[in-house]
Design a protein around this ligand. Structure first.
Ligand code: HEC
Length: 137
């Protein structure tokens, strides 16, 4: 058995143990020109709108619930190399002969194109850890 004779040492040891038991209070924030992400799953309003538009337009049906790819390619990978112009082009005009439908007639996509781009970049960069995101409180 360990005997602690110094009351001061005993008190400081108790403090250290108590602090270790507390959850980590500091939030992890990643902020870029495109998005702000806290704790890997809370995002700024625009990025949140991008997630909602992604859901509403049902991109996941072809690209996977986690953007990992399904009938269509993994956007986690694609977003690493596509330029912003290429992204706009493929999403709006589609690549019909290869199975990517055009979305230029879909207001939810057209009106939220910047936001969808921000959300998918955040996923591809690894800043957004889970496909589902919520608002920063
Ligand atoms: C019906 C299935 C389908 C839906 C729905 C769909 N995609 Fe695609 N998408 C594809 C396929 C298939 C490709 C690959 C085309 C090719 O081979 O060039 C693709 C390609 C892409 C690419 C280019 C990837 C690359 O590596 O060049 C992007 C970006 C993309 N889709 C985004 C989206 C977004 C955003 C949505 C929702 C608004 C969406 N897609 C909805 C099937 C789909």
């Amino acid at each position: 058995m360990i005997m602690i004779r110094s009351p001061l040492l005993a008190a400081s040891l108790a403090c250290v143990l108590a602090a270790a038991a507390l959850p980590v209070a500091s939030a992890q924030e990643v902020k870029t020109d495109l998005y702000t992400v806290v704790d890997g799953n809370k995002v700024d309003p625009k990025t949140l709108a991008g997630f909602r538009a992604w859901r509403q337009a049902n991109c996941a049906a072809c690209h996977g619930a986690n953007q990992e790819g399904l009938a269509g390619p993994s956007l986690i990978e694609s977003m690493k190399r596509l330029t912003r112009e290429q992204f706009n082009q493929v999403v709006l005009e589609g690549r019909v002969e290869r199975g990517m439908p055009p979305h230029k007639q879909a207001p939810i996509v057209v009106d939220n194109l910047d936001a969808i781009y921000a959300y998918l970049k955040g996923r591809s960069d690894g800043a957004i850890k889970t496909s589902r995101v919520t608002a920063i409180e």
